[in-house]
Each structure stands twice: as C-alpha cells, then as structure tokens.
Design a protein around this ligand. Structure first.
Ligand code: SF4
Ligand code: SF4
Length: 451
C-alpha cells in the first residue's frame, strides 16, 4: 500500500481485516502456541489448515475490545461489512485445490503518476504519464482472472490513483466482480466532488499519509509547500461525505518523537484508524537509508505502540514491523496474559509479514511483487495470468515456507508470527530469506535456552 509513501502504499496498510470483519487466521493455533512458549522448531511450513470462510472455534470477530475501558478499543472495533476478503467460493475452491491461501488484499498501483514527489516514495513517482501502464482493458481482464481465485480487497494505489481518469470505472468493475476496492491517496486532490464520487462508487475507506503533526515537517518531507493543509482538508472533506479514513505515518529518525502528536492529530480529525509504518528503504526511500531508525529505537517505538494501543480510541497498529507480533507476545507474557483473539483481536490471528502469504502488489506496468517494497518482479500480468503467478512463483512459494528462513529468523521461536521483513532483508543482504536486519531479538535457541 504505497501510501505511507506517496499516497497509496503498496503494503497491507489499510485496516482492512477489521474493517471488513475478516476473522480468519493467517497463522494457526499451533504456531501461536509455539511462539508463546517454544523454540520455534515446530513453527514451520505453509500456514494452511484454516479453509477460508471457516472461523476458528470459539471465535468471534477480531477487534473485540475485551477488557478495555469503555469507549476504547485495543485493536479497533469490528466494523464488519459482511465482506470476507479471500473468503468467497472461488477462494475456498482455490485453497482446496492448491493448498495455497488465496490473496486477501492486493495493492494495485494503477498509475505511477503523482502530483507530489515525496522523499520516501516507494514508487519514486513524478508528475506525468508513465510508459507501459496497464490500460483499462488490461486492468479489467486481470480483475476477471483474479476473481477466478479470490474476492480480495483491492487497494488502488499510486503514484496518486486519483490522477487516473478511469479510476471510477475500475472501481465499478471491481465491485461488479465481487472484489472490494479501496483507495490510498495523498488526499490533496480530494474536493467535495471527488469525495461525493467516492461515496457514490462505494469506497468504504481511503488511507492517507500524514508524517508530521505540522505543515513545516510534512511539507518538507512531501516535497511541496501547502501539502499538509490540503491533505488535512481532503481528510475532512472525505469524512464529511461518509468515507472512512485511515491515517498512515511513516516513521523515520526525522519524526519518531512525534508519533504521539500525529496520533492525537488523527484522533482530533475523527478518522477511523492510525497506522505507523516503519520505513523500508527501497524506491525513492533508498535516499532515506540514513533516516531509518536504528534497531534499538525501532524497538522502543513498537513498545510504545503496544502501550498506546491499550487506550487509543483509534484502530491503531504498526505495519511493516513484523517483530511487533513478537513484542505483543513478549509483553503479554510479562503481563501474565495470553494472546487470544478475545483480548488481542486480529493481532492474535495474523502474522507480521503477509507478503506472498495473503497479500501482494501489482505495479503500474503489471509486475507482481510480494509487496511494493520487495524489489523483485515475480512475473507480469501482461504475459501470464495473475492466478498462475500467485500459484507457481518460486519466490512466493518460498516465502510461504517458514522453514526456509535463514539466520536468526530461521531459528526464532517467533518466526511463524513475525517472519521478519523480507523486503528489508532483500534490500540489505540481497537474499529475501536472510534474517531481518532490523530486529534486536536473539532467539532462545541462540541463547541456549531451548527446552
Ligand atoms: S529474529 Fe526474525 S523472526 Fe525472530 S523476532 Fe526477529 S525478525 Fe522476527
Ligand atoms: S516484506 Fe516488509 S514491507 Fe513487505 S509486506 Fe512484508 S513486512 Fe511489509
């Protein structure tokens, strides 16, 4: 979802599982138990075993604010719209046939054109048309193919997706085929007319990047004076028209001490969700390599997020920070709690990195990647159907097999719930299965503490 960068990020950044009431796990109970106690030797293999559409026993929708003060929610409210991404008949049939989970969320960079040029943009987008972008017909035929195997949420991203004049036709077609389109936007182009169209075309939510609590920092980061004010105005207009809004903040050394302030700004704007993204230095973000938080500070931000979630009225969580799912379990253990769905909502059910597991990215020219930050093309939809690439790609299949992880991730008791950021491993080491370079944790087995 490339809008923590740019406007429509390429990572699973929208709070969509909860927004759509999807309570199906991406990890199974055995893996959760392994993460809670063991040394991870059993936490391997392809995480199957929970056919789409079959909730786990005893479950109720994630996001129940169990045990939290009235009016607050630990992991957001379940605003179920009765849509289960990747839970329809096609997905169930696909999973039964192949033993592979169907994608639940697809981020689709429908254009790389953008009216801004943000410092950290994955797309490294510029104003103006790009060569080779998928045509409307190509997009439609890909939606046809995708919906033969799943009914995903499709995050229309960019660049700035509102730069694409046929976006409304794409949205209508996705709905018609049983998918759920949402938009990642920088919000600077949102007028009353655009917001009314979003509502009319049944866009349930947009995600918008706000990286600083003030114009000075945000405009400098976004490369355009006046951008902050326009973004805030766009958010207000969208809300006025009943379109849900999620604010995304990309955390770097430039702003990590302002996370609380941006959270409070999000709260004051009455948005639905606030997600912090840990910078993944690829695309234009490579220029920000030296702005990536050192692992120790990174850990502190995630620990702060754990505590802040307890009282935040927003659906609030870190994204692209897989080891947050390790931290949840460490903290819960220290508090004498179990990481159950009742207490932790969907955070108990999902894992850190979903790239290639239930999420992927399609670029403006049709290249498929596990996420927008994973700088490797696994196929192109102009040459091969999406469904075939999802099923047959060696890289996808390796990402689904946690036993292939290397280094400390390979022996970590949390590998099934965390897995490390594969894009960061690829970017730093050239090997997407290498250990996550930004994790301070030393697995138990490396400390000689395994039973
Ligand atoms: S060592 Fe790897 S799997 Fe373990 S918590 Fe760190 S990033 Fe996650
Ligand atoms: S590889 Fe990293 S950036 Fe991509 S989905 Fe996984 S955690 Fe997010």
């Amino acid at each position: 979802m490339a809008d923590n960068v740019g406007n429509a990020d390429s990572r699973p950044d929208l709070d969509l599982d909860e927004a759509f009431g999807d309570d199906r796990p991406t990890i199974d109970e055995q893996e959760m138990a392994d993460a809670a106690k063991g040394c991870g030797q059993a936490a391997i293999g392809i995480p199957m075993g929970h056919p789409a559409g079959v909730p786990m026993t005893g479950g109720h929708p994630g996001g129940h604010p169990g045990g939290h003060p009235a009016g607050t929610q630990r992991h957001g409210g379940a605003r179920s719209m009765g849509f289960r991404p990747g839970g329809g008949e096609a997905a169930q049939a696909y999973e039964a046939r192949t033993g592979i989970k169907a994608p639940r969320i697809i981020a689709w960079e429908i254009t790389r054109s953008c009216n801004l040029s943000c410092a950290h943009c994955r797309a490294a987008a510029e104003f103006g048309a790009y060569e080779g972008e998928l045509s409307l017909d190509e997009i439609k035929s890909n939606i046809d193919d995708i919906t033969t195997i799943t009914n995903p949420i499709i995050i229309l991203t960019g660049g700035e997706p509102l730069m694409r004049p046929d976006i409304w036709e794409i949205i209508d077609y996705a709905h018609e085929k049983g998918a759920m389109p949402v938009i990642g936007t920088n919000a600077t182009l949102i007028t009353d007319e655009i917001a009314a169209k979003m509502a009319e075309h049944k866009i349930p939510r947009i995600s918008v990047s706000v990286d600083f609590p003030n114009a000075e920092g945000h405009d400098a980061f976004r490369g355009q004076p006046g951008c902050f004010d326009k973004t805030i105005e766009g958010i207000k207009i969208a809300k006025r028209h009943g379109v849900g809004v999620q604010i995304n903040m990309t955390v770097t050394t430039l702003n990590y001490q302002m996370v609380e302030e941006v959270h409070d700004l999000a709260e004051s704007l009455g948005v639905d969700a606030f997600h912090i993204f840990m910078l993944v230095p690829t695309g234009r973000g490579e220029d920000l390599l030296d702005k990536e938080l050192p692992p120790e500070e990174y850990e502190k931000v995630l620990e702060w997020a754990y505590e802040r979630q307890k009282t935040s009225p927003l659906h609030f969580k870190p994204t692209d920070a897989p080891h947050y799912y390790r931290i949840i379990r460490q903290k819960a253990k220290a508090e004498g709690k179990k990481v159950t769905r009742e207490e932790y909502g969907l955070d108990a059910m999902t894992r850190g990195c979903l790239g290639g597991i239930t999420f992927c990215f399609i670029s403006h020219v049709g290249d498929i990647q596990p996420c927008g930050y994973f700088d490797m093309q696994l196929g192109n939809v102009k040459e091969q159907p999406f469904s075939q690439i999802w099923t047959e790609s060696k890289v996808f299949n390796e990402l689904r097999d946690y036993s292939l992880l290397k280094g400390k991730c390979g022996v970590c008791e949390y590998k099934a719930v965390c897995g490390g950021c594969r894009a960061r491993a690829l970017s730093v080491t050239g090997d997407y299965l290498a250990e996550e370079p930004y994790c301070v944790y030393i697995p138990k087995s490396m400390r000689g503490e395994c039973e």
